[in-house]
Design a protein around this ligand. Structure first.
Ligand code: ATP
Ligand code: MG
Length: 301
């Protein structure tokens, strides 16, 4: 497979002012590992939107393009209050793009980090009630996508945007993991997704189903509840190797020890979501959501 372009050397600045699909790129909003998100202007509807540019890391085959188009069609019809609405997905010679609803707010990665900076230790975490309510909505959104046959495969704090005005969580980057995956994994044996949040089966390149997202949601929940994850300080490769060979040694401290907010009931919910054995994990988002709702009704209302 011929290498086409490298994300590091990709000239994102040259995108400013450029027309892509039916929008004009205005300015950079943020940068991830796989691409860059810009604010853009859609002339036809006189509104601002967000556009994610994903450079093609290597040349694609017609079969991969078709897969991307099929996936784009399914993602574009997802309609849920906790999922970012996609307006358009398309490709040019050296990149894919996704035009979507622009969220005014911040992502969970930044929000968790901001809380951690509070001088008063007891205020360094998102309040428990708020965390559980956010999780219930995120799980609901993901459950809806699963029912529509879409697995996210890259659930992590930076892919959950919180709208400032409504405090509503919205899941971003559906389909991105797959798109990037198409580009890289065959060539280099690389697996896209974020090592810490990735399920053991995804890390080992096995077949995955919706339960891979449930694992990532469990780690996300753990992170929201404790501020920082009690895992070994290792690089991405070591984390992946641990997930495959010694998955039970990944978490170094019990959730109840990691945060005073976590009781045994909540710990049980976390552990059921991050079970290494997929058969013991929550079978679907509905089951996960039921336990969260029960916990909320019992302890937080
Ligand atoms: N629709 C959107 N509206 C507002 N901000 C967005 C939107 N989509 C993404 N962002 C912001 O843009 C930044 C970059 O997003 P991007 O998805 O490229 O990176 P990431 O999720 O951190 O990493 P990765 O490339 O591994 O997915 C994030 O900080 C995110 O908060
Ligand atoms: Mg993202």
């Amino acid at each position: 497979m011929k290498k086409l372009i490298d994300i590091v050397t990709f000239d994102f600045n040259s995108f400013i002012g450029r027309e892509i699909g039916n929008v004009t790129i205005l300015k950079e909003l943020g940068r991830g590992n796989k691409g860059v998100v810009f604010i853009a202007f859609q002339k036809s509807l006189k509104r601002q939107v967000a556009v994610k540019i994903l450079p093609k890391v290597c040349a694609t085959t017609e079969e991969q393009r078709e897969q991307f188009r099929d996936e784009a069609e399914i993602i574009a019809v997802l309609s849920h209050p906790n999922i970012i609405t996609i307006f358009e997905m398309g490709e040019e010679t050296d990149f894919y793009f996704q035009t979507m609803q622009l969220i005014s707010g911040s992502d969970l990665d930044r929000i968790i980090a901001q809380y951690q900076k509070y001088p008063v230790p007891t205020k360094r975490l998102i309040p428990l009630g708020h965390t559980v309510n956010l999780m219930i909505q995120i799980v609901d959104g993901l459950g809806y996508a699963h029912d529509e046959g879409i697995i996210h495969q890259d659930i992590k704090p930076s892919n959950i945007l919180i709208e400032k005005r409504t405090k509503r969580p919205l899941i971003a980057d559906f389909g991105i993991a797959k798109t990037a995956h198409i580009e890289t994994h065959l060539k280099e044996g690389l697996i896209t997704g974020s090592p810490i949040y990735m399920s053991p089966e995804q890390a080992s390149g096995e077949e995955t189903d919706k339960r891979t997202d449930i694992y990532s949601l469990g780690i996300l929940f753990f992170k929201m509840l404790t501020g920082a994850l009690p895992v070994r300080k290792e690089n991405a490769e070591e984390i992946l190797a641990r997930k495959i060979n010694q998955p039970d040694t990944f978490i170094t401290r019990m959730p109840t020890e990691a945060s005073p907010l976590i009781n045994e009931e909540l710990e049980k919910i976390i552990f059921k979501a991050i079970e290494v054995d997929v058969e013991k994990r929550y079978p679907d988002c509905e089951n996960f959501k039921n336990d969260l709702t029960q916990f909320r009704d019992k302890h937080l209302s």
